[in-house]
Design a protein around this ligand. Structure first.
Ligand code: FES
Length: 139
């Protein structure tokens, strides 16, 4: 028989099953929402003024559903832009070379692997290839 406890509602003692309390707690825990992580395939010239924020090392921008960043070592990386917890855009943290969600503080490695919750799913990782000044992002 499940244990019972009482709580006060409008001055009345109400019996409440511990099982019900546990169920309410479990149902109220945050969970990951199904977030669209699109396939992408695009190129752009990194010297084009439209992409100037990518020029400095550590710069990043959102393009076609991806966040593209230039690391402190000068390579370009890209993952899907929306946090897999609840769909907020992640940011790139050059000093840690990772991606971070400012809403609930999930973290992701530079290749999109979830490294800290509440999210428990990876960002989609995209391939990048620089040929001259043209960056190709796909995956
Ligand atoms: S939306 Fe919750 S951790 Fe990103």
């Amino acid at each position: 028989m499940p244990a019972l406890c009482l709580y006060i509602l409008h001055g009345k003692l109400i019996p409440f099953s511990v099982t019900c309390i546990a169920l309410v707690l479990v149902l109220s825990l945050p969970s990951c929402t199904k977030i669209n992580q699109p396939n992408v395939d695009f190129t752009f010239n990194i010297t084009d003024p439209a992409y100037v924020v990518l020029s400095p090392k550590g710069g990043y921008m959102y393009i076609n559903g991806a966040i593209v960043a230039q690391t402190n070592s000068g390579t370009y990386i890209a993952v899907s832009e929306l946090c897999t917890h609840d769909g907020t855009r992640v940011i790139y943290e050059a000093n840690k070379n990772d991606f971070y969600c400012q809403k609930d503080m999930s973290t992701f490695t530079s290749n999109g692997a979830c490294s800290g919750g509440p999210s428990n799913r990876n960002l989609k990782s995209y391939n990048t290839s620089l040929s001259g000044n043209v960056l190709h992002v796909w995956g």
